[in-house]
Write a protein that binds this ligand. Structure first.
Ligand code: PLP
Length: 222
């Protein structure tokens, strides 16, 4: 078994345990393996171990990896990083989901360039206040949602958040609850929350997607 396969199995077990503690089905939570800055060979190893959902932050890197790994049937690419409008063209066609929707211009560009099934989108919420630069403020989310809903080729399914880093996983809980409450008010059922540092707490608080990089692939090359 490769190192990646071993780590993946450990994380899957922790996801299962967290689901059990929370009284949730394991099929309610999608584990996204965040492969940004990692070489395609490691993605291949994870795929061979059964992983299908992968998260990438950078548009050109996503484009290049989609090309390099075109033979991996059923792979699902999640674009999870902030996107510039001029790079939407790299993301709109191949992505399974876009998790960082925080302004109308990006939605318009993705809508224009998407073909095939509607692109699943998550509104990124800024719950860290000034500490985080990306994401829409919760009070501005309803109007953004309404505008995005009028665009073709996009399907807003949930909210995403990347709260500021915490020392202990437990410290992330309050932020995750806020995210869940905002999602409920917006009538959005999916929650993309939780990383290596705090994915178990996120699952306990209702995550439907967790985005785990380092714990699966090791430290990212700099
Ligand atoms: C890098 C990244 C992750 C994964 O972080 P890890 O600490 O490596 O698990 C999750 N979400 C976003 C938006 C990221 O940029």
């Amino acid at each position: 078994m490769t190192e990646v396969a071993q780590r993946l199995a450990q994380i899957q077990a922790r996801v299962r345990d967290a689901c059990q503690r929370a009284g949730r089905g394991v099929d309610e939570v999608t584990l996204i393996a965040v492969s940004k800055l990692q070489p395609p060979e490691l993605i291949r190893e994870a795929y061979e171990a059964g992983q299908r959902d992968f998260g990438e932050n950078y548009a050109q890197e996503l484009r290049d990896k989609v090309k390099a790994l075109a033979d991996l049937e059923g792979i699902r690419w999640h674009a999870i990083g902030p996107l510039q409008t001029n790079k939407a063209k790299y993301v709109a066609p191949p992505a399974f989901a876009f998790h960082a929707l925080d302004r109308l211009e990006i939605a318009q560009e993705l809508s224009k360039r998407r073909t095939g099934a509607p692109l699943r989108c998550y509104l990124e919420l800024n719950v860290g206040g000034e500490a985080s630069k990306s994401g829409v403020a919760p009070e501005e989310a309803p109007s953004l949602l309404e505008q995005v809903r009028s665009l073709p080729n996009l399907d807003v399914v949930g909210v995403m958040a990347l709260p500021p880093p915490v020392g202990e996983p437990e410290e992330a809980r309050a932020g995750f609850r806020t995210v869940r409450e905002v999602a409920q008010r917006l009538g959005l059922r999916e929650l993309s929350i939780g990383t290596t540092a705090d994915f178990e707490v996120a699952i306990e608080e209702g995550a439907t997607c967790v985005r785990v990089g380092t714990a699966i692939f090791g430290h990212r090359p700099t």
